[in-house]
Design a protein around this ligand. Structure first.
Ligand code: ASP
Length: 587
């Protein structure tokens, strides 16, 4: 008999009377007096198989022996069920089984194949193929496929061409750490896996491809951080003869298309915020704007002169928590503890209550009288019952601590709703960023990003103030895309490398191929790359990218299913002319 005439999510009442074949996994066996039921499961759904001692006592007995996850092929007649299950699309029917065959026996799985499983993270990763049988994981992968298809359709409609770029490329010290691959044919030499196809897509523009995209794996050997994957997927795009406005419009269009296709949501034009404004209003270059709690900065008058913590601080800034005046001392102490954690490093948290009777009180009543607190209230536009939370200190540190506090409160109050989508563009990023460790400027985006024309003159005098033609697309507090208009002029690119601390020889050795290409007629160009895994997760209403990757690595960068990375054979090492001084067995 054929493996199947229908899949397990297909049969309906109007199929009653048909003889059909189904194949799938035994999801559950239930014995009910003289009857036995098996839920047969496949990718498409679940269909109930029915056995009855009056129909065939022997067959029923055999069915009772079937273990969970056995792969089964069954033949039978579709019957209308007497007790229907409105939770299942197939719930109006069942199969009166006339015969079945075990296609593959199964051990008891190490965790239950249920929506809410009893398996822990590591176990599920080790047996990822079993985890994929679970509906939530399967649905995430199906969603990923939907998003992938919608991206391709949109970009294809817009005239983009997908071009594959190489995975074995040249290592460069800029950016994150490269994964390297030794070359057997060139002993002592290495390829690197691309952190992004950046230079290749620019060369495709020099090659006249005009509109390029690629859904592509990228590799970054970064230190462990929660929910980072060493290999991840980007939607990588580049366009010629465009300015920033063209790029923003094209990819706002893509994002709107995806939200419409996948979530049925229509969005207005995305707001745009300059980097400086984002930092000032939210203390963050990827603000979550689904909720308010915007920053209020204290001017000299609000700070007063007596309280040195305020009067001497580089920045005094606060947020208002509507209806928060009720919070107890203990709750306020917990918020203080949060900002005092070493990674945020604030020395304290000042609070002021706009009490329900209209009066004010604060943790610094000694220094500020009722009138001063009233002035704070005006600055915050507080109402009776609101709470003001204020931090003081060095500008950057204080902003990021207040941002962390803002996000913490929003999480606590359930203001970060997964089914609400609030995208925005953050534009006008600084071109350069001072790095304390190496005591030099680094490119904030990457060294191919162009400075704003009117700021080029500042490169020599005040490099930190130069703005870039760079932009990020932010969704619900996550950077989902980022890009820039590139430098397409050889001499400007050379100058840029010089400002980044490259000698002329270093720049030529590492990026000579790009600067050489610019000598042969390079069109003005720019592009963007989206983090595909994160985008899919957000469209799925979640934030953990690992759940949307078929075979992810764990937080230590390991694939625990295939056990990688692993030692390689000494003969392989010999062939590569690599010697190891590290003995893994000694770990
Ligand atoms: N290659 C850049 C990145 O991976 C994106 C871009 O500039 O297009 O962040």
């Amino acid at each position: 008999m054929a493996y199947r005439s229908h899949h397990c999510g297909e049969l309906r009442l109007n199929d009653a009377g048909k003889t059909v074949h189904l194949s799938g996994w035994v999801h559950r066996v239930r014995e009910l007096g003289g009857m036995t039921f098996i839920d047969l499961r496949d990718r498409y759904g679940i269909t109930q198989l029915a056995f009855n001692e009056f129909w065939d006592a022997q067959l029923m007995k055999e069915a009772q022996q079937l273990g969970r996850e056995t792969v089964l092929q069954a033949e039978g007649e579709v019957l209308e069920r007497s007790s229907k299950n409105d939770q299942l699309p197939t719930g109006e029917v069942e199969l009166r089984v006339t015969g079945f065959k075990v296609l593959s026996a199964a051990h008891v799985p190490p965790f239950t194949i249920e929506d809410a499983t009893d398996g822990g993270d590591e176990l599920r990763m080790k047996y990822r193929y079993l985890d994929i049988r679970r509906r939530p994981v399967r649905e995430n992968l199906l969603l990923r496929n939907e998003v992938n298809l919608a991206v391709r359709n949109y970009l294809h409609e817009q005239g983009f061409t997908e071009v594959e770029t190489p995975y074995l490329i040249k290592s460069t010290p800029e950016g994150a750490r490269d994964f390297v691959v030794p070359s057997r044919m060139n002993p002592g030499e290495f390829y690197a896996l691309p952190q992004s196809p950046q230079t290749f897509k620019q060369l495709l523009m020099v090659g006249g491809m005009d509109k390029y995209y690629q859904i592509v794996k990228c590799f970054r050997d970064e230190d462990l951080r929660a929910d980072r994957q060493p290999e991840f997927t980007q939607i990588d795009c580049e366009m010629s003869f465009v300015d920033q406005e063209d790029i923003l419009n094209t990819f706002e269009g893509l994002t709107r298309h995806l939200l419409h296709k996948i979530r049925g949501i229509e969005l207005d034009a995305f707001p745009r915020l300059s980097y400086n404004d984002a930092m000032r209003r939210y203390g963050n270059d990827k603000p979550d704007i689904r909720f308010g709690m915007e920053f209020v900065e204290f001017d000299a008058e609000l700070r007063g002169t007596e309280f040195k913590v305020f009067s001497e601080a580089e920045l005094v800034v606060g947020i208002k928590l509507e209806g928060g005046a009720e919070r107890s001392r203990k709750q306020l102490d917990a918020l203080r503890d949060l900002v005092q954690q070493p990674q945020l490093g604030m020395s304290g948290l000042i609070w002021a209550r706009h009490q329900t009777d209209g009066s004010f009180t604060s943790s610094v009543n000694k220094f500020f009288d009722e009138q001063a607190l009233k002035n704070w209230g005006s600055a915050f536009e507080s109402q009776a019952g609101d709470l003001m939370l204020i931090l003081a200190g060095a500008k950057d540190k204080t902003r990021s601590a207040l941002s962390a506090l803002r996000m913490h409160l929003a999480d606590e109050l359930g203001l970060r709703k997964a089914d609400e989508f609030a995208p925005l563009w953050v534009v006008d990023f600084p071109l350069l960023e001072w790095d304390e460790d190496s005591e030099r400027f680094h490119a904030m985006h990457h060294p191919f990003t162009s400075p704003k024309e009117e700021d080029i003159a500042l490169l020599g005098t005040d490099p930190g103030a130069v703005r870039a033609n760079a932009y990020d697309l932010v969704l619900n507090g996550n950077e989902i895309g980022g890009g820039s208009i590139r430098i397409h002029d050889r001499s400007l690119q050379k100058k840029m490398f010089k400002h980044l601390g490259f000698t002329e020889e270093e720049a030529q050795a590492q990026f000579g191929f790009l600067m050489d290409a610019f000598q042969y007629g390079a069109p003005p160009h720019g592009g963007i790359a989206f983090g595909f895994d994160r985008l899919v997760a957000l469209l799925g209403g979640q934030e953990t990218i690992r759940d949307f990757i078929a075979f992810p690595k764990n937080n230590a960068g390991r694939d625990v299913m295939i056990d990688a990375p692993s030692a390689i054979d000494p003969t392989q090492l010999d062939e590569l002319e690599l010697k190891t001084t590290h003995d893994p067995s000694a770990d």
